[in-house]
Each structure stands twice: as structure tokens, then as C-alpha cells.
Design a protein. Sequence first.
Length: 133
Amino acid sequence: MFLLIAVFNQYDLKDVLEDLFNENIEGVTVTDVIGKGSFGLKEGDEVSDLIEKVKIEIVVSDEKHLKIAQACIRDNCQDLKIGAGKMWWVPVLGVERIRTGERDREALSTQRSEDIVDVSPHLIETHEDTPST
């Protein structure tokens, strides 16, 4: 299992999420962040010089799904301009769905049990004034 983390421009988020969900990659956490990337902070820079971006975090079950998720991000964010963003990934030792106790691969899959109400995946529109996860 891997944790894929990516930071990129906010205007690419909707397209990235649509591609991820079309590839059946779910469980995405989205956070608004600010930063300066490889430009670094120089003398005289203000906090207002930091650029607003989004950070997404996705846990995937294997290398195949990691490559698919990376392609979804790359295909929608790669514009060959400075500031397009970065992504990185790290191994995950374990995952547990808190409610059911399912672990690892089972904890990452969409639940299809009729005992669980409203488990159908859906795309949530994000707005600047509403945090999304």
C-alpha cells in the first residue's frame, strides 16, 4: 500500500477528482494549503507571497493503482510552467476502517453491504468557503 500526496493548483482539482473517481480510486482527502515550492523564501518576501494550492492525499492498495493515480494527477496538472506542483509517495504499513475494523485492502474498498446506508460514491463540489475532504 502507498500514500500518494500531491500539491497542485486549485483550478485543477475538479478534473483530478473526476479522473480518480472514473478510475475507481476513492478515499481522497483534500486540504487548502499555501507554499512557495522550489522558489524558496527570499529576503524581503512576505507571507502574502506564498501561493495558494491544494494538497490531496490518497491511500492506494498497490503499485498498479499508485501509477493510475499518479497519471490522473499528471494528466490534469502538467502544464510545463513553473509552479504546476509536486507529488510524492510513501509506503503505508497498515490501514483500518474505524467503524468496521476492516484492515488494509478491505478497508480501502467501497462497501457494498445493504446493512450500511448511503455508501454510493459521489463527487463533492468544493467551494472556497467550504473545506472538503
